[in-house]
Design a protein around this ligand. Structure first.
Ligand SMILES: [Zn+2]
Length: 113
């Protein structure tokens, strides 16, 4: 599952950061995912709790924010926000959109104790 490998690498990364900060445990993590990506928030939450088992992130609260995707419109050359792959350009109505950053998973905050 796509979300599982994302979560395993996220937990690895956070655990490293945690020991670098000299903290014991992660209590809360806030992540941002792109609306155009292939990450399902429910699947992410589920995979996170199992990926976190036995690590300092076990039991941490996971807050997920869904961000609209960004695209470059090849018709009007504007940078626009889109929520779905087949949406037209909100500026000119064209469909020549080059989607650029809808597929990210980014950790935006982490609370440790
Ligand atoms: Zn356009």
């Amino acid at each position: 599952m796509h979300e599982m490998s994302l979560c395993v690498s996220m937990v690895d990364l956070l655990t490293e950061q945690l020991s670098a900060e000299g903290a014991q445990r992660i209590v809360r993590i806030e992540v941002e995912i792109g609306a155009l990506g292939h990450v399902e928030p429910e699947a992410l939450a589920f995979c996170f709790s199992s990926a976190a088992q036995g690590t300092p992130a076990a039991g941490a609260e996971l807050a997920i924010r869904v961000q609209p995707g960004q695209a470059l419109c090849l018709d009007c050359q504007r940078r626009v926000r889109v929520n779905q792959h087949l949406d037209p350009c909100p500026e000119c109505g064209g469909y020549a959109l080059q989607i650029d950053s809808g597929d990210q998973l980014r950790v935006i905050a982490m609370e440790v104790i």
